[in-house]
Design a protein around this ligand. Structure first.
Ligand SMILES: [Mn+2]
Length: 219
């Protein structure tokens, strides 16, 4: 069995992702689960998705859907959603594609549409934002999965007994939130934090910043 590594919200920070992946050195028997919110706010959403599209050359990759991918897909369906998306960092995404949503290449759209609402292993479950502790993953509401911050309602231990890994709620000081039954790996990369990768079994932790520096966290 290879490593199972969760990577937090990237938000257009392509240099952070590049240096983090170099630091992790993914192996062919490993699994990387990216927690959603690949785009928006940071400068290079296009470069982030380019890297994620190449990840299967190195290891298995599961890409979760975040609320920012939901917003992009909503705008493609109905442009009246655009002003809200622009307020949420969509402008930076459009700029990374040369200023026009029509420039987003088909393979990038295919990637975004294919992102998963949740994922689980023998020991862990993975969702972008939050969950109902008393319902199986297949019966979770979108508002919880994609939108609700942990500060708006901290979930209890999931009924499956599995440890929940989430992103979406930026944690201060670059520190992973670890409450035993729920672990949040969003460490605010696009802001003044960093991008985190966590081996969910060994708890080995790697981090990087948007300038492209990376390090291993002492456990
Ligand atoms: Mn989010």
């Amino acid at each position: 069995m290879g490593r199972t590594i969760a990577i937090g919200d990237i938000h257009g920070c392509s240099k952070a992702l590049e240096s983090l992946l170099r630091r992790i050195a993914p192996a062919a028997d490993g699994l990387i689960i990216t927690m959603g919110d690949y785009i928006d706010r940071g400068p290079d959403s296009r470069g982030v998705i380019d890297q994620l599209l190449r990840l299967p050359e190195m290891c298995r990759h599961i890409a979760l859907m975040g609320n920012h991918e939901i917003m992009l897909l909503a705008v493609l369906q109905d442009s009246t959603h655009s002003p809200f998306w622009m307020q949420c960092g969509g402008r930076e995404t459009i700029e990374s594609y040369g200023g026009d949503i029509e420039n987003v290449p088909e393979d990038h759209l295919h990637f975004v549409r294919g992102c998963l609402p949740h994922y689980e292993t023998e020991s862990h479950l993975f969702v972008h934002a939050n969950y109902n502790a008393g319902a199986p993953l297949e019966e979770q509401e979108d508002e919880l999965l994609y939108w609700r911050h942990l500060s708006q309602g901290l979930p209890g231990p999931h009924e499956s007994g599995k440890i929940a890994v989430v992103g979406h709620t930026p944690q201060p000081g670059g520190r992973v939130l670890d409450l035993d039954h729920v672990v949040c790996v969003d460490t605010f990369c696009f802001g003044d934090g960093c991008l985190t990768a966590l081996d969910v079994d060994s708890r080995e932790t790697w981090q990087s910043n948007k300038q492209g520096q990376s390090w291993v966290l002492d456990s």
